[in-house]
Design a protein around this ligand. Structure first.
Ligand SMILES: Nc1nc2c(ncn2[C@@H]2O[C@H](COP(=O)(O)OP(=O)(O)O)[C@@H](O)[C@H]2O)c(=O)[nH]1
Ligand SMILES: [Mg+2]
Length: 313
């Protein structure tokens, strides 16, 4: 078992200071500890194969229950290695590739994989329309088909199959958890191949979102996640407007607002090896203004700016 694995369970409105205090209280042993009714859990006991060999018998219990939604835009060369590793570590999951008519033929390559592997499905969309809408279309597809667990994962090699395996074990073993976030920002989690500057920007962004939204989650923008279907159904996805990676922040606050329990499990996040990032200045700007707007509304009341349908409801 990997040492030092831990996570925090973050309940609605628990703030970052409380989470820090709780983490200090915990003396580093495994098992379960509580502080003032708010649970802080060492999840190492739930993760028995992370960092080890391939899939174990636990994954067999996923049995067609889990759908991993993977948005793609120009990821043809990443498709085969990423899906192979995913299905080797998690042989019972199903995968939905959501492709926005990639010019490099990712969609056709995914179709070919779907034809030879019954666990793989492809959703074709008309054109590049952003990460948020791609995830929403994928979640809608999977919820309609009755999957109990829906995951999100990038197709660029930055999200490791073994980390998802560990996260699914936590979701399966902890009944109070509705969302498991693969986190670069809890002990044991890290990025690889990032400059100090990029790490700083990423940390500052998560700190800003955490503070503005009053949530204790350390890695707000991570896209490697596992949700229980029920919490997604309770989170009114129709009103989501977020387009870029701020989608992940929006989903975090919606799960918290719906009363969902959130756990962060450490992951290693290597830089993509092939292809190009689609992140640009517009996506960063969108994250800034949306988080600021949500935070202002939280801090100064529901009247300003005008609430969206979701927030009114
Ligand atoms: N369907 C779809 N997928 C996208 C879009 N933008 C990014 N992706 C995919 O989302 C994942 C993360 O994107 P990436 O460019 O790596 O973002 P970064 O990790 O923030 O640099 C990758 O699998 C991309 O192919 C989009 O507009 N539509
Ligand atoms: Mg990436």
């Amino acid at each position: 078992m990997r040492r030092g694995l831990y996570s925090e369970i973050v309940k609605t409105r628990q703030n970052a200071d409380q989470a820090d205090a709780q983490r200090r209280d915990r003396s580093g042993g495994s098992g379960f500890a509580t502080d003032g009714g708010k649970a802080v859990v060492d999840l190492a006991a739930d993760i028995d194969a992370a960092g080890g060999g391939g899939a174990d018998e636990d994954t067999a219990r996923d049995g067609g229950e889990v759908c991993v939604v993977m948005p793609t835009y120009n990821e043809r060369e990443n498709l085969d290695p990423t899906l192979s590793a995913l299905l080797e570590w998690n042989p019972q999951v199903h995968v939905l590739v959501v492709d926005d008519a990639s010019p490099d033929g990712t969609g056709e390559a995914a179709d070919a994989m779907a034809a030879s592997d019954q666990r793989v499905y492809v959703l074709h969309r008309a054109g590049k329309n952003g990460l948020g809408p791609a995830y929403l279309a994928g979640f809608d597809w999977a919820l309609k088909r009755g999957y109990a667990t829906l995951c999100s994962m990038d197709m660029d090699g930055s999200h490791r199959a073994q980390d998802l395996h560990a996260m699914l074990q936590v979701l399966r073993n902890r009944s109070g958890i509705d969302l498991v976030i693969g986190s670069r920002r809890v002990p044991g989690g890290r990025t690889e191949g990032w400059s100090r500057y990029r790490n700083w920007i990423s940390r500052a962004g998560s700190w800003y979102a955490r503070t503005m939204l009053g949530l204790g989650v350390r890695d707000m923008t991570s896209g490697l996640r596992a949700y229980r279907a029920g919490i997604l159904r309770a989170s009114d996805l129709r009103s989501v407007e977020a387009n870029g990676y701020v989608f992940q922040i929006d989903m975090t606050r919606r799960v918290a607002a719906a009363g969902g329990g959130i756990a962060e499990v450490p992951i290693v996040f290597p830089e993509r090896m092939r292809g190009r990032s689609k992140m640009g200045a517009g996506i960063v700007f969108e994250a800034m203004w949306r988080v600021t707007r949500w935070g202002m509304r939280r801090l100064f009341g529901r009247g300003w700016p005008r609430p969206s349908a979701y927030e009114r409801g």
